[in-house]
Ligand binder design. Sequence first.
Ligand code: GLA
Length: 392
Amino acid sequence: MKIHRKFLRLLSASLTLCLTAVVAYAQAGVTKDSFGKTSTGEEIDIYTLRNSNGLETQITNYGAIVVSLKAPDRNGKFDDIVLGFSDLDSYLKPHPYFGAIVGRYGNRIAKGRFTLDGVEYKLAVNNGENHLHGGIKGFDKVVWTGRGLMTRTGPAVVLTYVSKDGEEGYPGNLRVRVTYTLTAKNELRIDYSATTDKNTVINLTNHSYFNLLGEGNGDILNHRVRIGANRFLPTGASSIPTGELRRVIGTPFDFLNFTPIGKRIDQDYEQLKFGNGYDHTWVINGRPGVLRFAAAAYEAFTGRLLEVWTTEPGMQFYTGNFLDGTVTGKSGRPYPRRSGFCFETQHYPNSPNQPSFPTTTLRRGATYRSTTIYKFRNRASTQSGETEFPKP
Ligand code: GLA
C-alpha cells in the first residue's frame, strides 16, 4: 500500500515535470513583425526570439542589430540589458553602432589602406585618418535578408548580406551569413560565416553595449569584469595597435581576476589616455579557432553575470567612453559616458598592415567562420568573494 502511494506520488510528480517542460517548451519561439521603412522605402523587420526560460531578444535585419535583450536578475525580474532604441528611425540616424554587426572589418585599418596580392586598396576613411568599422556605410547600416526559424538548440534568425566588390573600397563580392540563436542554456549564440570571389580581408563582430543594471540605469563602473587574457595590444594616440603584445600584469589592464571597471579607468597610464578609458584589444588566452572563455562581467546589485566565449583571437573591451548623454535610449533616458560596455570579439585591429598579427585575409574558395556566445546567468546572493565565481 505504502509503495503503491509512493509510486503514485512519483508518477504525478514526473507528469507535472513533463507538463511544465512541454508548456515551457511551447513558449520558445520566433516571431517576425514590421519595424518600419528606410528612407528609400525598404521594409524592415524585427524578429523576437524567446527561449523556454523566458529570455527574449529582438533582432532587426537593418544592420543585423540586437535591439533588445531581456535577462533575469537574481529574483527572476527581467530587464533589457542592452543599449538601443525602440524605433527604426532612431537607428537610421547616426549612433555609435548600438547592437550592430560591424564589418566588413570591425575596428580600424590605419589610413584606410592595405596591400593584398601586390595591389593597394584604399578604403573609406571615417575616423580621423583611419578606416573604422567597415567605413561610411558599414554592415551596421545595410539591409540584411532575414529568416526566423526554430533549430535544435533554440529559436534563431539567419541574416545574410552580399557586400559588392568595391563596397567601401574592399575587394571581392563577399557573401556573409550571421545566425543568432537563443539557446535553452540562456545563451545568445552568434555564428558568422562568409565566402568571397576574390581575396579580401574580413573581421566581423557584434557591437552590443551591455549594462547589467538594465539600459538607462546609470554607468557601468561598478560592474566587475574578468578577461581571460595575459596580454593586451597597446595602441598609438589614434588607437592603432603598435604591434606590441604587452603583459597585463602590473597594469590597469589586468582583469585576470574580477575587478570593478571603474577602479583604475582614470589612472595616469598613457594607454588609458589614448583610449579615453578602456578601448583596447585583449589577446584571449588559448587557441584561436577553439571556442573558449574570453570574459565575464558581474553586477552585484542585480546578480547578473554575463560570460563571453569565442573562437576569435582577441576581444575589444570598450567602456562607452564616447557616449556623452546626447543620445536618448529606448526608455527615454539618456546614455551618459560609460553607461554601457562592449565585449567585441574579433581579430586584432589593423591586421592587414601588421604581418605579425593573425591573418584576416579571406581567400577565394575558403570559408570564414567565427562563433561567439554571450551567456546570461544570475547569482542567488550578493556574496562578494571573487573565488566564488564559476571558473570556466
Ligand atoms: C569601437 C572603437 C571605439 C568606438 C566605438 C564606437 O569600440 O574601438 O573607438 O569607435 O567602437 O563608438
